[in-house]
Design a binder for this molecule. Structure first.
Ligand code: SF4
Length: 365
């Protein structure tokens, strides 16, 4: 924190809590008044970058409609009250709803802001545990339910989501995601344009699979524009090619997979030859074979799906195939692939995780 002795202005270092990119910011304050928010050039991840939302944090903080005191009622009947009255009103309504319709009638939506309110998030969980409701939702369960499902089926924990290893990445594949605008999700990308440029700087390659020529696609080494909802055919074809014609990391599979599982995977992708993949996706044959050649060239890859895929009708199958492709190329926890953050509280690295399904390669519904 720095201050200007000639004025009452102070500069305070913090970070933006609007999204998971967590950009570093320098906030100029005059007393309790936010005067300016700008990117922190010394922040090691965001390196001075902020988006318009982050720079508008001051206006958001001082917005005239901000709730600074508890209030009850709706519309013109809304009025300020004290905490006892507000919490009593809320408790009565929740109890009445649970009594009449059962605890699942009380739902909870934990949005991004909850992630940055450690005490509030924890207390919300305790409240809903006490109510006994199963109706819990979040940005992940609404936007990307295939992610925790496939993570759980293949790793044994729904929260074990891999991140692209930006430092060692050779081949990065973005599927239905546009981080120039969204700033990523499980792999967060503050300063996305410079980060994507770095991932595309030869000999590195950045491939974007998206029906639309997005802002991210314009920065890619190659852009594939399949028909919407056909991404699964691309990955099934790639797995089939690598297992049949070479490119899969067979020593890795011998160490980490059973013969039966690899056989079941071969059978699952067997129908997806080049003819079927081109027919389903509408891509040219050389676009698909070039992608497989790129995977062979780099041996490992890091792929990230986004809502273009995860909200599609084939989300579960596509996410599962992306995991399968990364497994057969030995891309997890290896340079040039993806890494798992064990979490400070969850400590995944010290747990004995097991895939939850009876059959590791069963095709998710
Ligand atoms: S990308 Fe924008 S909203 Fe997200 S953390 Fe950075 S400044 Fe905030």
């Amino acid at each position: 924190m720095t201050s200007d002795s000639a004025t009452s202005l102070r500069q305070v270092r913090s970070f933006c809590r609007f999204c998971s990119a967590l950009c570093g910011i320098v906030v100029t304050v005059d007393g309790d008044q936010v005067v300016e928010v700008r990117g922190d050039a010394d922040h090691p991840l965001s390196r001075g970058y902020t988006c318009p939302k982050g720079r508008a944090l001051g206006a958001w903080h001082h917005h005239p409609e901000r709730l600074d005191v508890p209030s009850v009622g709706r519309g013109t009947a809304q009025r300020a009250t004290d905490w006892d009255a507000a919490l009593g009103d809320l408790a009565g309504r929740l109890q009445a709803t649970a009594n009449e319709y059962g605890p699942d009638a009380v739902g909870m939506y934990m949005a991004t802001a909850t992630s940055f309110d450690a005490a509030g998030g924890r207390m919300a969980f305790r409240l809903f545990q006490a109510l006994g409701t199963k109706s819990r939702y979040s940005a992940v369960t609404i936007d990307t339910p295939c992610r925790p499902l496939v993570c759980d089926q293949l790793s044994g924990n729904a929260g074990l989501m891999p991140c692209i290893d930006e430092e060692t990445a050779g081949l990065t594949i973005l599927v239905g995601t546009n981080p120039v605008v969204s700033h990523g999700h499980t792999t967060s990308l503050p300063d996305p344009v410079n980060r994507l440029r770095a991932l595309a700087a030869g000999p590195r390659e950045l491939w974007v699979i998206d029906p639309r020529r997005t802002e991210s696609a314009r920065l890619a080494t190659r852009h594939l524009a399949p028909r919407p909802g056909t991404d699964h055919a691309i990955f099934a074809f790639a797995i089939r090619s690598l297992l049949t014609d070479g490119g899969a990391d067979l020593p890795y599979l011998e160490r980490h997979a059973t013969e039966a599982d690899v056989h079941a995977l071969r059978m699952a992708v067997e129908p997806f030859d080049l003819a079927r993949a081109t027919e389903e996706t509408g891509l040219e044959a050389d676009e698909l074979t070039d992608l497989v050649a790129a995977i062979r060239r780099h041996r490992r890859l890091g792929a990230m799906t986004g809502t273009g895929t995860t909200m599609s009708a084939v989300a579960n199958s596509t996410e599962w195939l992306v995991w399968a492709l990364q497994i057969i190329t030995g891309s997890y926890e290896q340079p040039g692939g993806l890494w798992f953050h064990p979490g400070f509280l969850r400590c995944f690295d010290r747990r004995n995780l097991r895939p939850s399904g009876p059959d590791l390669v069963r095709w998710p519904g």
